[in-house]
Design a protein around this ligand. Structure first.
Ligand code: NAP
Length: 679
């Protein structure tokens, strides 16, 4: 059978493997199946293409345009995901494994598409935080903005998730407005290549936004500059080599690393055998050992149980492992497929031998295990292997050896402080889980171990029905961890987008900051519109468009009427002497909510029009008491606009209530939904 020729996509054209191409084996049969790589790939031309063509095209779009692009990419991949499933079997993965990789990746694109629309502006500048007042009269202010880096994002990915690994980096990169050059691990790059073809054939992305290198990266990393980013996922050894290259260090090139990690799971002291928590713990550990044949960066490598329950834990995990069918990943009955390659299998066996110096193997014999529907002699199969270390304090290799396969070590702890000390000996991990129903236990672990772990996953009978599993990095939450785990922080919603943007402090007058951020800043010019703003459509309204209402005097009758009508007879509104005894009030004062209601009555335009609904208010502050006899006025300014769908968008209005002295008595931001067109 002829070998598949896995191509790269460079500067707008597909490039076949050439000199320097590497063979790729089928994980299940061990037979060569594909070739990838070409030493003649023009990496400088690829970078130039990304910087000169892809970057400007992406930066011309708004965050919302890019978010729509991500959604369309997700839909294109979803429609053709069977192609990716079919190819993925050769990586040794089962259908359940493909779903984590393929569907998980597509889901990540969808989440970023939605977060881009909901949490980012329909603009090219992302505003980070509030305006800072830098001068007494407010004519000189500061704020932070984020703009896309103007280079290329080079993504170097690990072999275990050829689709998710690409998409979890691609989503925040494209949303930021940066072009990407994706380099998957060679062992599984044929799946990534197929996914890239699907995305390119859908013709959603601008030219130059996405390129692909299959095989070696050549000297691309030596051609990067300060506007480029390297996003790396893989082993700590490769990360160290790449991130410490003199060119990377000399030019302060941003290097985001997600690397290996000695993740752990703790059985809480309360989760004794017989409790739902104990069963949950065993189920999660088993799943983490066998999913993707243990080739998951988040897999549980160290299992911590109270000393008294160690034996029960080993027995219960052993029962589940014994029922795990290993074999042909295509067979429906198979629960665990093959490792990715013979080389990976050898590596895992070498690491297992290191663990065996400090721990006894209590389950799984690599020399004697059953493989169903495939040849154990040629395929990269291994049984799950469970070790037990009786002296985890005296041991060291169990805390620093990552056997990237179905391998895990059980150890006992004396008390919770001991468990925390052991769990932290991993020197920084992606995730630690804790199975407990005791809030005090959870708090102690979160405080004692938090600094060493990117994520702490706590589960018990109350949350297990809906929990996502120890091993699932979710696009909403940061994925990464300190120390050995690489020090990276990917995903986490908009936080992940920031890896591909530069935060800049801009300082200037309110008008200047309004012009840059596209959001009205207090003190900036007010624009008098041609009509009441509530009669104007979303698109007609200008940022800074303002109305000032006439005054309304608040009377004692108003206060009493409001108190009787609402039932809010708080003493400060009813009893002058009591109000005077309160340090905040000069005497009886109007209800804050009365003022809000009067404000609405002052600024509203009653007729049916483009304002569809009042959806809430933010940042409400009552600044000064209002007494009977005071007259309030309102200023309403269009502060910010955000489209929500094809028919309407949200308008954020800055509202300020002042008294007859011109003093601000209340302020807030009013949110309304405004139609794009008149009915
Ligand atoms: P790896 O051997 O370190 O390779 C990672 C990537 O680096 C691959 O794309 C590899 O390409 C590339 N690479 C290696 N040497 C390079 C060089 N000199 N220049 C440019 N690129 C180079 O890791 P792996 O075996 O693929 O993945 C397994 C490891 O990844 C495990 O340790 C696992 O814990 C970790 N991992 C971490 C995460 C996370 O999110 N933290 C996720 C998944 C996996 P080639 O394949 O072409 O050599």
């Amino acid at each position: 059978m002829s070998l598949l020729q896995i191509e790269s996509f460079a500067a707008g054209r597909w490039v076949k493997p050439g000199d320097g191409a590497r063979p790729i084996e089928n994980a299940v049969t061990g037979a060569p199946m594909a070739m990838a790589g070409n030493d003649a790939l023009d990496v400088e031309a690829m970078l130039a293409h990304a910087r000169a063509v892809g970057g400007p095209a992406l930066r011309a779009l708004t965050f919302h345009d890019r978010a729509r692009m991500l959604k369309a990419l997700a839909q294109a991949l979803d429609a053709r995901k069977q192609v990716l499933y079919d190819l993925s079997y050769a990586t040794g993965a089962t259908l359940a494994d493909h779903k984590i990789d393929v569907d998980g990746g597509i889901g990540t694109l969808f989440v970023y598409a939605s977060k881009g629309r909901r949490e980012m502006p329909d603009a090219q500048v992302y505003i980070d935080g509030e305006v800072e007042q830098l001068s007494r009269r407010g004519t000189f202010l500061g704020r932070h903005i984020c703009t896309p880096l103007q280079g290329a994002a080079v993504h170097i990915n690990a072999f275990n998730f050829p689709v998710w690994g690409m998409l979890e980096k691609l989503a925040p990169t494209l949303l930021a407005g940066m072009p990407a050059i994706v380099k998957p691990a060679t062992a599984t790059c044929y799946v990534t290549e197929a996914a890239v073809r699907i995305m390119l054939e859908a013709e959603i992305l601008p030219e130059g936004a996405l390129q692909l290198v299959t095989g070696g990266l050549g000297d691309m990393l030596d051609c990067l500059d300060c506007q480029d980013v390297v996003g790396f996922t893989g082993s700590a050894a490769t990360a160290l080599k790449l991130r410490s290259a003199p060119h990377i260090l000399r030019n302060s090139i941003r290097f985001v690393a997600e690397q290996d990690s000695l993740n752990a799971s703790i059985l809480g002291p309360d989760a004794a055998p017989g409790t739902p928590e104990f069963d949950l713990f065993v189920k999660e550990v088993h799943r983490e050992m066998t999913t993707k044949a243990g080739q998951k960066c988040t897999a549980i490598r160290r299992i911590l149980a109270p000393q008294a329950h160690v034996e029960a834990v080993i027995d219960a995990i052993g029962v589940r492992l014994a029922a795990t069918v290993i074999g042909d990943p295509k067979a429906e009955t198979t629960r665990m497929g093959a490792l990715v390659s013979g080389a990976q299998k050898r590596d895992v066996l070498e690491k297992a031998a290191i663990l065996e110096q400090e721990a006894e193997r209590v389950y799984g014999d690599p020399e004697a295990f059953e493989v169903t529907g495939a040849d154990a002699a040629t395929g990269a199969f291994l049984p799950p292997m469970l070790f037990h270390c009786v002296d985890p304090d005296g041991a060291s290799r169990i805390h620093d050896t990552e056997a990237f396969g179905p391998v895990s070590t059980v150890m006992g702890y004396r008390d919770l402080d001991h468990a925390i000390a052991l769990v932290n000996r991993g020197q920084g991990s992606l995730v630690t889980s804790l199975i407990t129903r005791d809030g005090a236990v959870a708090r102690q672990v979160a405080l004692g171990a938090g600094a060493y772990h990117g994520r702490i996953y706590i589960n018990n009978r109350d949350s297990m029905g809906e929990s996502t599993g120890h091993g699932s990095p979710l696009p909403h939450m940061v994925h990464g961890g300190p120390g050995r785990a690489g020090g990276g922080e990917e995903l986490g919603g908009v936080r992940g987008v920031m890896h591909y943007m530069q935060r800049t402090a801009v300082q200037g007058s309110p008008d200047i900051l309004t012009a840059i951020g596209g959001e009205w800043v207090p003190g900036a010019a007010e624009i008098a519109g041609p009509a009441h703003p509530f009669t104007r459509t979303y698109h007609e309204l200008a940022i800074g468009e303002t109305i000032h209402t006439g005054p309304r005097t608040v009377t004692l009758e108003d206060i009493e009427h409001f108190a009787a009508f609402t039932g809010d007879t708080f003493y400060a509104h009813m009893d002058d002497a009591a109000a005077r005894r309160n340090p905040f009030f000069p005497g009886r004062v109007a209800h804050g909510y009365l003022l809000l209601s009067f404000a609405a009555g002052l600024f509203v335009e009653p007729n049916e029009g483009p304002v569809l609904a009042n959806t809430g208010l933010d940042g409400l502050r009552f600044l000064k008491p209002v007494e009977a006899g005071d007259a309030i006025k309102v200023r309403l300014v269009v502060q910010k606009k955000t489209p929500r769908n094809e028919a309407y968008g949200e308008v954020r209005w800055q509202v300020t209530l002042t008294n007859q002295e011109g003093e601000a008595v209340a302020e807030y931001q009013l949110l309304t939904m405004n139609a794009f067109a008149r009915a």
